[in-house]
Design a protein around this ligand. Structure first.
Ligand code: FAD
Length: 423
């Protein structure tokens, strides 16, 4: 059987960006990609679709048009991993052999964890910008709501783009404010978290919008279940004294952010940590047990914010480390945990959160140009006009604009406790 230099599992943001970075450095590399979807989504655009700024169609492209011609594409899902045999079994029983494996499968939106939701998502006033194709329904609901109650939920972390539940809410409020409807709408943010946003520097600006839109902020309030026909949602609220109570709220519009967990195929594999995510070193993104396996994007257990912005910085790191590994050289590229979350606080303004591991701020631009902790029109321009082309034509094509990897020549070489396979 053919042994590929690299097998990539998942052709989302992370898989395609890494393939592009690899081929830019070594065009003759033999690469196989397993990706079952015929479509590729630019998910960061869904916030703006739900806010009536983008068309859904601008966020979708044919997978076939994005995969480089030299890559062997298997449009089938991976079903099991055998890292000691250097192989992956696909759902149609094709076995892919590799010298190096890159796992980029993303995460699982756990809709089933919301009791009573069943197939009501996308009807009865229940929507989610997280569900592929449903952001237009969010915008439809926002336009049609004249009065009543709108609830926006946020589950337990980690979730991809931790700011997205709030972004949907602020853009909806902005629309209702401009149409002089906001005073007739009771807007509630119900978050399982104890704080509004994980990095404290951005909280004051966000709080000012909570006040401006008169949003009632319900922290430590976790969605449990929905009764779609009665239009009520039940929450578990944790009080200051750690006691808990079940509360019920009626809604006219409900924007859900589902709980997000590791995919079963990863969780059940030897690659997973106890929580089910791919267990990699946070700097090199190399697997902790299997030296020729790497992971990046939402499936990895690195403690960064799960964003496409993180992927933009991770892809060159993985590409360089894989190529060094294949040449029996030391790994030298490290990822610093960069992630970014453009918080759309109103139509035309964004609070641009950018930070690395440990919540340390890491702004791309000098503060006289863009001060990330303040709402900024320039940041909105960046999000609306610059980031989509940056994604499609730079990140997915291997042009690593401002994403050069950090080089370290003193990384430990004896990190692997278990003997790994030969490659
Ligand atoms: P994905 O892009 O989800 O791709 C995973 C791929 O793996 C998919 O193509 C899937 O089909 C494939 N796959 C799944 N299972 C298998 C299998 N068994 N075998 C093979 N293939 C498989 N990020 C930002 O940077 N900025 C933002 O403003 C932003 N806003 C967001 C707003 C919303 C509403 C959402 C939903 C996300 C947002 N994100 C944002 C997050 C960003 O989209 C993700 O972090 C990013 O897409 C992660 O890339 P990924 O490749 O890891 O996962």
């Amino acid at each position: 059987a053919r042994v590929y230099d690299v097998v990539v599992i998942g052709g989302g943001a992370a898989g395609l960006a890494t393939i592009a970075s690899l081929l830019k450095r070594q065009p003759d590399l033999s690469i196989a990609l397993a990706e079952p979807s015929q479509q590729h989504f630019y998910q960061p655009g869904w916030t703006l679709v739900g806010g009536g700024v983008f068309e859904q169609s601008s966020t979708v492209k044919n997978m076939a048009d994005l995969i480089p011609q030299t890559v062997s594409w298997f449009d089938t899902a991976a079903q099991s991993f055998s890292p000691l045999q250097n192989s992956v079994l696909l759902a149609d029983n094709t076995k892919l052999q590799y010298r190096s494996l890159i796992v980029a499968t993303g995460l699982k939106l756990d809709w089933g964890a919301i009791a009573g939701l069943d197939n009501h998502l996308g009807s009865c006033g229940i929507t989610s910008n997280y569900a592929p194709g449903l952001a237009p329904y969010t915008w439809e609901l926002v336009q049609n709501l004249d009065k009543g109650r709108a609830i926006f939920t946020q589950p337990v972390m980690p979730i991809k783009c931790a700011g997205a539940p709030q972004k949907a809410m602020y853009l909806s409020c902005d629309h209702w404010l401009r149409r002089q409807r906001l005073r007739h709408i009771d807007v509630q943010f119900c978050s399982a978290g104890a704080v509004l946003f994980g990095v404290p520097d951005y909280v004051p600006a966000l709080n000012s919008y909570i006040e401006k839109y008169d949003i009632s902020l319900n922290l430590q309030t976790q969605l449990l279940s929905i009764d779609a026909s009665a239009k009520t949602a039940r929450f578990k609220k944790t009080n200051a004294d750690s006691s808990t109570e079940i509360i019920e709220k009626e809604f006219d519009m409900l924007h859900l952010t589902p709980p997000q967990v590791a995919l079963d195929v990863i969780r059940q594999s030897p690659l997973a940590d106890v929580a089910g995510w791919v267990d990699v070193f946070p700097d090199t993104l190399q697997h902790k047990n299997y030296a020729n396996v790497f992971a990046l994007g939402d499936c990895a257990n690195t403690p960064n914010s799960k964003t496409a912005a993180a992927v933009r910085k991770q892809a060159p790191v993985v590409a360089e480390n894989v190529l060094n590994l294949l040449k029996n050289r030391k790994l030298t590229s490290v990822y610093d945990g960069y992630g970014s979350c453009p918080l759309t606080v109103e139509r035309g303004k964004i609070v641009l959160a950018e930070f690395i591991y440990g919540g340390k701020l890491a702004p791309t631009f000098p503060s006289w140009f863009i001060n990330g902790t303040q709402p900024s029109a320039l940041s909105w321009f960046l999000k609306e006009k610059m980031l989509p082309p940056l994604y499609w034509y730079a990140m997915l094509k291997g042009h690593e604009w401002m994403a050069a990897s950090i080089q370290k020549d003193d990384l430990p070489t004896d990190r692997h406790v278990k003997p790994s396979c030969n490659f």
